[in-house]
Structures are given as C-alpha cells and as structure tokens.
Ligand binder design. Structure first.
Ligand code: RIB
Ligand code: NA
Length: 309
C-alpha cells in the first residue's frame, strides 16, 4: 500500500502534571491535575498528518512493555501503518515527564529508552516505504545517525524531506542541512544552533538566513503566537507569516502539530507555495494550544474550516 508521509522518529509516553508554575531546583509544589498521554515528537507529527487525511507510516521502536503495547494500539486506532513499528526487550518505551504551568508553558525531561535503539537495520526494512513516500520527516529524539541516514535515503530518491532539529544539539552534523528540503525549528532551537539570540521576527529572519546558508533548500522558524518566518534559497528574503491570536491552555506539542500539518500539505498540495502551507499549519497548531495534552489536542480534518483543504 502506498504511503504519503513516513515519519522516522520517537514515541514517548507523556506523564503530565499541571501546576500553577514550574518548580525551582530543590522545590516541591502542588499540582492540580495529572494525566498520561501519547507523545514523542515523531509520533505527534505523524498523528497530526494522519488526522488531516494523509496516509502515514511510522518507523520507530518501543519497548516490549505495557506502554509499548498501548502505543502500537494508538497508531492502529489512528490509522497509522505499524508495519515498521518494532518492539524491543532491551529498553523501555520512551517516557517524557512534563510540567505545564498556568500560562500553558512547559518544561520536559525525556528518557528516550527504546527510541535510541532505532538504527540502520530498521531503516533498511522500511527502505521501500522511505523511497516511495511523498515526504519523510525526522527529528532528534532518536539517534542522530539514524535521522540523518533516513533523510539521505529519502533525498537520494527525490522524496521531500522535513527535518525538525528538536531537541536541538549544539554540534549538529553539517549533513543535516544539506539533507533538508525544509529545516523547521522553533526560536530556542535556532538560537542553540547558531549562537544568536532570537527575540523578534527580525532576529528570526537573520538567524534563518544563517541556517539557509548551511545548505537547506528552505528554513522555517516557528515563533509561537508570532507565527513563523519562512526562507527559501530560491528567494532568500525572510517572509513573516503571522497567525491568529488565541488563548493558550497547553502549548506542548504545538510545533509537532505544525510540522505534521506541513507534511500533510506537501504530500497533498505539492504545488502550494511554502508560505501558504505555513499559514495553514500555523492555524492548525493554534487549534492545538487551546486544549490540554499533545495528540489529544490535535484537530481532525472534519473539525477544521474547509478553506484549509
Ligand atoms: O514536542 C512535544 C513532545 O516532546 C512531547 O509529546 C514529549 O513526549 C516530548 O518528546
Ligand atoms: Na495542546
């Protein structure tokens, strides 16, 4: 069966505490709610693309444990192909401890576990899917070598690539830029990668140019309530794409909603201008911040205005 969007990336069980504020080092505070959800940047992006109508497959590794079994069922319930989802007894399913404050901001610690055991062999088994997809999406919650290899396999076969360098590492291999049709990160990741502060739309434009020079075909820097900045090598002037103002309840995974939406548009509307895709993806991510959780807050096609399709 043909797949539009292949995501090579992470699955995490999100353990979420809502509290008035983020605790300081050594401090204990009372929270008001706890819940467990399906997360991990890779899986989040895949689920959002699927909810918009893309045919998706996930290439990932979970543990042979309760959380792993549950995660595979979550993919099946969402219509994501699990042909390349593997289970290992060598490590536990990835977990993310998340604290969300009353402003909807978060702090996250991830323990990647089984995600780090996704390697070249698993990519070989998914080779046909990676080479025939319309778009391949990668992040940095699995081994960077695996992400880079997946992007290169796709690119060599003229499959569009989206790379989300999250969580960012300061010594990112130069090959990632060349292997990215779209290099998409948020302001703090852009800052870490370039060493330049990103406090405004103008800063994002400047830093975006620096990232573009490193060899990617286009760069998108997401800016939360400010929308995003889009740059393309064929016309490198930074373009600010603003978004609508909403009240944030929980911004966790909003960037993943944006990237999943972008992957959907590339697969289904390949000739749409990138700025227009970004404008629509902004609006979809804005829906996600208005309810709690990551995947639980991602909209389905049927709940969105028809102008987005
Ligand atoms: O981007 C949000 C995600 O980051 C969460 O779902 C959590 O699992 C962490 O990986
Ligand atoms: Na949300």
């Amino acid at each position: 069966e043909e797949v539009d969007v292949v995501v090579v990336g992470s699955c995490m069980t999100d353990l979420v505490s809502q509290a008035p504020r983020l605790p300081k080092a050594g401090e204990t505070i009372h929270g008001h709610r706890f819940f467990i959800g399906f997360g991990g940047k890779g899986a989040n992006q895949c689920i959002q693309a699927a909810r918009l109508g893309a045919k998706t497959a996930m290439v990932c590794k979970v543990g042979k444990d309760f959380f792993g079994d549950n995660y595979i069922q979550n993919f099946k319930d969402s219509g994501v192909s699990t042909a390349f989802v593997e289970q290992t007894a060598e490590a536990a399913t990835g977990a993310a401890s998340i604290i969300v404050n009353d402003a909807g901001e978060n702090a996250i610690v991830i323990v990647a576990g089984a995600n780090m055991l996704l390697g070249k062999e698993e990519l070989q088994r998914a080779q046909a899917a990676l080479e025939k997809a319309k778009v391949v999406v990668c992040q940095l919650e699995v081994s960077p070598d695996t992400s880079l290899k997946a992007l290169q396999m796709a690119q060599q076969n003229h499959v569009k690539t989206i790379f989300n360098p999250a969580p960012a590492i300061s010594d990112l291999h130069a090959g990632f830029y060349k292997a990215s049709d779209i290099f998409c990160c948020n302001e703090s990741e852009a800052e870490l990668l370039t060493g330049c502060p990103v406090a405004s739309v103008e800063d994002a434009g400047r830093v975006g140019l620096e990232l573009l020079k490193r060899g990617c075909a286009s760069v998108i820097i997401t800016l939360g309530p400010q929308g995003c900045v889009v740059l393309q090598s064929k016309d490198p002037a930074p373009k600010h794409v603003p978004t609508t103002k909403v009240t944030s309840v929980d911004t966790t995974g909003a960037g993943d909603s944006f990237i999943g939406a972008l992957a959907f548009y590339i697969a289904h509307y390949p000739t749409m201008p990138l700025e227009e895709m970004a404008r629509r993806a902004n609006l979809i991510a804005a829906v996600s911040v208005q309810t709690t959780g990551t995947q639980t807050s991602y909209p389905f096609k049927k709940d969105l205005p028809t102008e987005l399709f």
